[in-house]
Design a protein around this ligand. Sequence first.
Ligand code: NAD
Ligand code: TDX
Length: 336
Amino acid sequence: NFSPKNIIVTGGCGFIGSNFVHYVVNNHPETHVTVLDALTYAGNLENIAGLPEDQVDFVHGNICDAELLDKLVPGHDAIVHYAAESHNDNSIADPEPFLKTNVEGTFRLLEATRKYGIRYHHISTDEVYGDLALDDPAKFTESTPYHPSSPYSSTKAASDLLVRAWTRTYGLNTTISNCSNNYGPYQHVEKFIPRQITNILEGIRPKLYGEGLNVRDWIHTDDHSSAVWTILTKGVKGETYLIGANGEKNNITVLRMILEMMGKDPDDFDQVKDRPGHDRRYAIDSTKLQTELGWRPQFTDFEAGMKRTIEWYTENKSWWEATKEATEKRYKAQGQ
Ligand code: NAD
Ligand code: TDX
């Protein structure tokens, strides 16, 4: 087992990265975290505010900055790479930042990993596998061929392939994880679940793309964090692990659940323009991670997790209200 003492978490001011930093602080006080984050529209320093100063440092910078990495990486024993442009709809409107951050940024981190000989864990998505038919009993496994659909998922797929090639060619000590859709606190209001909760809180009708029959395999972000920690410390060099918690639900079911939990009529939403190239269904088979590394998800009660998530957005309006209006304006311009 690897016991990391001093890790860099890229994208640690975003949704999943910041939840991981909280997870490390709460569960592994012996591990120091340096957060490297460019604070794009999706990054927010408040996500890691109040954490112990002797355990968490923040560095404001870009993962594409090789000089900065030369200064920062020595003295650390691992990089856990979350930073990315993460939203499919943004990638359709303007793909360029996705190429820069997701592909070039990963390349820079791999080069630093090679130069300083440290451990590297790469955070990726199930979207690299494309989509499944709604009536297909199959799920994605580690051997499913890559078949990404969107500019976002194609850049994530490209970054995974760079990791594999650098590992085979230069012998880097890497692992990759591909996780399904996360939900929980600190998720940007552009994403499906926070968008609908905050719409309802603002008196705006929720917006469903198309018929809402697309299926996503929801996992609580705390389960993603424990899985990443397990892979970072016990994962086998060069291996890929899929992370999921059997949370398949279609969008209209999730939306009606949110409406009902918030005391609204379950039909009180608008159907809007569908996403171009919209993936139909994602589903993860996490057998390898469970049998080989012994990981188990803990937060599998989706209703309970959703209730806590609704409470979090209700109690933390000051966290999201500054970005809500601009986000809705962008969607409106796209007919969504
Ligand atoms: P997010 O958009 O909420 O956060 C991204 C963070 O990265 C932000 O803090 C941003 O400031 C930072 N960042 C962006 N570009 C940067 C750059 N060039 N240099 C330094 N920092 C930069 O994203 P998220 O939803 O938390 O996703 C995190 C990771 O998890 C991504 O790699 C994503 O592909 C992956 N993932 C997400 C999901 C999901 O459901 N959201 C599922 C599976 C995998
Ligand atoms: O307003 C909306 N209405 C709607 O019906 C939005 C924003 C989304 N949707 C649909 C599209 C998807 O079928 O809801 C589903 C979820 O949408 P997103 O939250 O945008 O997530 P998705 O596109 O599935 O991608 C997410 O999971 C995989 C993350 O954003 C990615 O970073 C991750 O890789």
